[in-house]
Every structure is written in structure tokens, then in C-alpha cells.
Design a protein. Sequence first.
Length: 233
Amino acid sequence: MQVIPSIDLEGGRSRLVFWPGAATGAGAPTDRPEQIAARFVDQGARIVHLIDFDGARAGQPRNLETVARIAARVAVPLQLAGGLEEADAIRLAFAAGATRAVVSLSVADDPERLGDCVAAAGDWLAVGLDPRPERLAAFPWRRHVPPALDDLVGELVGAGVRRFVLSHGGNEPDLDRLRQLRRAFDIDLLVAGGVADISTIVRLRDAGVAGVILGEPLLTGALDLATVLETAA
């Protein structure tokens, strides 16, 4: 299972200060995303997840210069989410140095736009969604009846999507649901959020999850990246 450190980008900086030694006063804090990414890679990370918070609010990328600085600093794939609402935005992100793109559920609900994004990103496209039934029901769908999770994933797989980023609003992931999706579809599932301890890492690994995206626990030192990498292997 991949362990994917995550950095939230806002105004060219990390929204959270990286200081894993804060509890003991060890090390120096930084909010420079390129420095944070370099530290993660030095500790063994093989991919870094980036969230463009400004871009998510604007509906188009807003931190591509920051992505470019990170890409110039580390030689690992960069997965970007936030503001990638059109195929042209994905192309701009790739030109800046991102190598994977995560689009929102609004793109997934628009077949033409989704097809354009799949054409632009191919296998490096992921769809981000919250799989909780109440969250799917609350989404402002273009269609008359909200789809069930299995139907939605099947529809997206049919459109060429092979990777999904599942967020859980900070709640612990539903392992039974993850196993069901893995059995039903030939897809990569990346879990974001709701992971706060090593025991959850073990359960996700054993459930067949392809990757876990970790932000705050690694930035604050609540989880040690080397330990998580060893556990996930």
C-alpha cells in the first residue's frame, strides 16, 4: 500500500506548518511546500499529494507556481487536487509539473466534461468523492435520482476512470465498503482522512486499499512517516 503525504496549498504556502518535532522542540518548522515535500521524499515518500485550496474555491488552479517549485525540488510524482474542473486546467497542472490529477464529483456528474478530462489525463486521472450515503445523497446532482455508490463507481469505470480518492470527512473509513468496491471493480482506491493511528493503517492495508493520503498526522508528528511506510509495506 502506498503512503502518500499531503500538503494543503494556500497563497503559495502550506496551510499547516510542518513541524513533526513540535512536541519536543526538535527541528525547525516550515510552511514552504517545496521544503516540506523534500523532507517527505528524503524520508521515503514516493509520491506527494497536493491540494490547491485557493483553486478549489475559485474553480480553477491558483497555486501552479507553487506546484512548479515543488516539481523542481523533488523527483517523485505529484498528485494535484483542487480547481481541476476542466481538461484545460489539467493540462496546465501537468505543464507546471503535476503528474496526476484529481477531479471533483461535479466533473464526474458531467459526462462530456469527464470524457474530456479522461482524454487529457488518461490513467493518471482520479475522481475524488465522499462515499458516505448521506453525502452522496446531499450532492446537487444533475440527474433526477442520486446514484448509489456502486452504480456511480461502475459508471465512472465505464468512462475510463481507474483511480478514486475517497474522503470520509474525518471519520474512520468504512472497511467493509472498501472491500466490496475492491471485489467489484478493478480500481485503485486511495483513502484520505480519518486515519489517525497505525492500527488503521494496518486495517486499510489488509483491506486491499492501494494508498493512504496523510496530511496533518505527518505534518504535526502525530504519525511518523518511516513507521507508517514500514507498516504499509
